[in-house]
Design a protein around this ligand. Structure first.
Ligand SMILES: [Zn+2]
Length: 135
């Protein structure tokens, strides 16, 4: 773990606090591990019994996971290397952009929408994460 990774981990603590609050609602329905590679992050594998899982499945329209700060939340049935690489790219983005990541994410979504593209799939941050999946 480099000094830049540690600084990035600290820089995204405000976002990670939101992730931590969401994490609290997965108690009893998740397997959680702190991992340091490729960056310091927390992986939360959710089973189908938890509140966060059910809410996420209801609103996500089939998505398999999400990342808030350095917390990665993945639905157990979708856990795979490719998805993990996708979510790890979002962790990296959070470590680079810190508190600006969430407003920038919605700004890029709005820009994509105004260009007649899809706000989610054509969002700059999602395109980078899709590239990371196959790296
Ligand atoms: Zn994504």
């Amino acid at each position: 773990m480099s000094i830049l990774h540690i600084l990035g981990f600290i820089w995204c603590i405000p976002n990670s606090l939101i992730g931590f609050i969401v994490y609290l609602f997965t108690f009893g329905s998740s397997i959680t591990e702190f991992k340091s590679k490729p960056y310091p992050h927390i992986e939360v594998i959710m089973n189908n019994k938890g509140t966060v899982y059910k809410i996420f499945k209801f609103i996500s329209g089939g998505l398999a996971g999400f990342t808030i700060g350095s917390f990665i939340f993945i639905c157990y049935e979708n856990y795979c290397e490719r998805l993990l690489k996708h979510e790890l790219e979002h962790v990296r983005q959070n470590m680079v952009y810190g508190i600006f990541k969430i407003p920038l994410y919605y700004l890029f979504g709005a820009i994509a929408f105004l260009q007649g593209k899809r706000p989610y799939m054509d969002n700059y941050f999602e395109l980078l994460a899709q590239d990371a999946e196959i790296r």
